[in-house]
Design a protein around this ligand. Structure first.
Ligand code: ADP
Length: 444
C-alpha cells in the first residue's frame, strides 16, 4: 500500500487527538453536569429530611404510633413538600406515606437496615426521580425518612446537552480536520521546498557529476604530463644538437605552464564547490580594473597579429566586487576571444558601459563563433566545442565555468551571443554599488 503523505498523516493524527479530546470533554462535562444536578436534588431532599426531624422532635416523647401518624398526616398532607414522603418506624410500619408514594407502592425500609443516608436514582411510573432514604433518631427511637424528587427537568437538560454534543461534534471535527490540514501544509511547506530541491539533485546531478568531474580532471591532468614525458623521453633517446634540446625544453615548458594553469583552475573550482573560496568584496572602480587588464592584452594582440580595441566608458563604474576575481573573469573572456579568432583580420573589442543600475562589460570578437546548440553548454565544466582544437589552444573547458561562478557570486549575469563563423560577444552584467548621490546635489 502506498504510504500516506506526511501532511495527510499529520492531519489524521491531529483529527484523532482532537476527536479523543472532544470525547473526553463531552463525557466529562456530562458527568459533571449530572453530579451537579444530583447535588442540588440531594440538597433539597436533605432539607426535607431535616424538616421531618424537627417536626418529630417537637412531638411528645410518649406519643403513640397512632398519635404520631395523625400529627404527621395533618402536618404534611397540606404541604407540597410532602408530596413524595414516607416515614417508617423501627418496626417497619409507616407513620406517614404520601398518596403518590402509596400509589406506587413504594416499599418502606426499616431504619435497622440503614446506617446513614442512601441516595439513588430511580423511577416512579415512567418519571425519573432522585431518592433518599435516611435514618434519624428521635427521642432514642430510630425512624427512616424516605423522600423523592422528580428529576424530569434535569434529565431533559442532560439529554439536550447530549444531543447538542452529538449534533456539533461531527461539524467541529470536520472544521478541525480542515484547520489541521491547513496547519500541516503550512508547517510542511519549507520541507516541501527542500524535497523539491533535493529531487532535482538526483544521482545524476550530484554523485555522477562529481565522478564525471573527477574523471575529466584526471584525464586533463594526464594529457599534459604524458606529453611532457614523451617529449623528454624522445629527447633522451639519443644525443641531439643544442637546438633540438632547446625545442624539446620549450615544449616541455609550454606543457608545464598549461598544467600549472589547469591545476589552478581545478583548485579554483574545488574551492568554489567546497564553499571555501571566499571573495574579498569591496567597493571598486571597475573601469580601473578593466584598464589594467587590457593593457596586458595589447602586447599579446600585437604579437598574434590581431587588432584589439577598448571602449571603456569615461566615468567611474563603482561596483561591489573582488578585484582579483573580476580581473580573472575579463582575462578568461579575452583569452578565449584571442584563442578562437584567427589572426589576419581578427578584431577583439573590450567595452564597458553603464546601463540601468548595472555595469555592462562586453568582450566581442569576429572569430569562429559558437553554434546555437553549444551556446548553452559552454559554461559547463570541461565543455569544449571542438576538443582537439581547443586542447591545441590550451583550454580544458574550465575557463567559462569559473567566470560564471565568479559573476554569480557578485550577483551578476554572464551571457553569450554568437553566430558561427561570424564572431561572439560575451556580456557580463554586474550590479552597480548603491546608487550614488546625483551630481546635481553635490557641492562643488
Ligand atoms: P577553454 O579553456 O576550452 O577555452 P572555456 O570554458 O573558456 O574553455 O570555453 C569553453 C568553450 O567555449 C571553448 O572550448 C570554446 O569551444 C568555446 N568558446 C569560448 N569562447 C569562445 C569564443 N570567444 N569564440 C568561440 N568559441 C568560444
Amino acid at each position: 500500500m502506498k504510504r500516506l503523505s506526511i501532511g495527510l498523516r499529520l492531519t489524521l493524527w491531529y483529527l484523532a487527538i482532537f476527536a479523543l479530546a472532544q470525547l473526553i470533554f463531552g463525557v466529562g462535562m456530562w458527568f459533571i453536569l449530572r453530579e451537579n444536578m444530583h447535588d442540588i436534588a440531594d440538597g433539597a431532599l436533605a432539607s426535607e429530611v431535616e424538616d421531618v426531624r424537627r417536626f418529630l422532635e417537637s412531638q411528645r416523647t410518649d406519643a403513640t404510633l397512632d398519635e404520631l401518624r395523625k400529627a404527621v398526616t395533618e402536618e404534611y398532607s397540606a404541604e407540597t413538600s410532602g408530596d413524595y414522603l414516607q416515614i417508617v418506624n423501627a418496626d417497619g410500619n409507616w407513620i406517614y406515606r404520601s398518596p403518590s408514594l402509596a400509589e406506587h407502592n413504594f416499599s418502606p425500609v426499616p431504619p435497622s437496615l440503614l446506617r446513614k443516608s442512601v441516595h439513588h436514582d430511580g423511577q416512579l411510573g415512567k418519571e425519573p426521580f432522585r431518592f433518599v432514604s435516611q435514618r434519624i433518631d428521635i427521642h432514642d427511637r430510630p425512624y427512616t425518612v424516605q423522600a423523592a424528587l422528580s428529576t424530569d427537568e434535569e434529565m431533559e437538560t442532560l439529554e439536550r446537552f447530549q444531543r447538542y454534543l452529538l449534533m456539533f461534534a461531527p461539524g467541529l471535527l470536520l472544521a478541525a480536520g480542515g484547520v489541521g490540514y491547513w496547519m500541516s501544509r503550512r508547517a510542511l511547506s519549507p520541507v516541501d521546498a527542500l524535497t523539491r530541491t533535493a529531487r532535482t539533485i538526483t544521482g545524476h546531478t550530484l554523485s555522477s557529476r562529481l565522478t564525471e568531474f573527477t574523471a575529466d580532471a584526471s584525464h586533463e591532468l594526464r594529457t599534459p604530463i604524458s606529453l611532457i614525458r614523451t617529449e623528454a623521453e624522445l629527447a633522451l633517446r639519443r644525443s641531439r644538437g643544442e637546438e633540438e634540446y632547446r625545442e624539446a625544453l620549450r615544449h616541455i615548458l609550454l606543457e608545464a605552464e598549461r598544467t600549472t594553469s589547469l591545476i589552478e583552475e581545478l583548485l579554483a573550482l574545488a574551492r568554489a564547490d567546497s564553499g571555501r573560496q571566499s571573495l574579498h568584496i569591496q567597493t571598486i572602480d571597475l573601469r580601473e580594473t578593466l584598464q589594467e587588464v587590457s593593457s596586458g592584452w595589447r602586447a599579446v594582440a600585437s604579437v598574434r597579429g590581431l587588432q584589439f580595441s577598448e571602449r571603456i566608458l569615461d566615468a567611474e563604474l563603482r561596483v561591489l566586487g573582488d578585484v582579483e576575481a573580476l580581473r580573472r573573469v575579463v582575462n578568461i573572456l579575452l583569452d578565449n576571444a584571442f584563442k578562437y579568432t584567427p589572426a589576419p583580420g581578427g578584431v577583439v573589442t573590450l567595452a564597458a558601459e553603464q546601463r540601468e543600475g548595472s555595469a555592462l562589460i562586453s568582450v566581442r570578437d569576429n572569430g569562429m563563433g559558437i553554434a546555437e546548440e553549444d551556446q548553452a553548454r559552454i559554461f559547463e565544466r570541461f565543455y569544449r566545442v571542438d576538443k582537439a582544437r581547443s586542447r591545441e589552444l590550451g583550454g580544458a573547458g574550465l575557463g567559462l565555468s569559473i567566470a560564471q561562478w565568479i559573476v554569480q557570486q557578485h550577483g551578476g549575469k554572464i551571457q553569450v551571443e554568437s553566430a558561427l563563423n561570424a564572431g561572439s560577444i560575451f556580456w557580463v552584467e554586474l550590479p552597480l554599488a548603491a546608487a550614488r548621490i546625483p551630481k546635481e546635489l553635490l557641492i562643488r
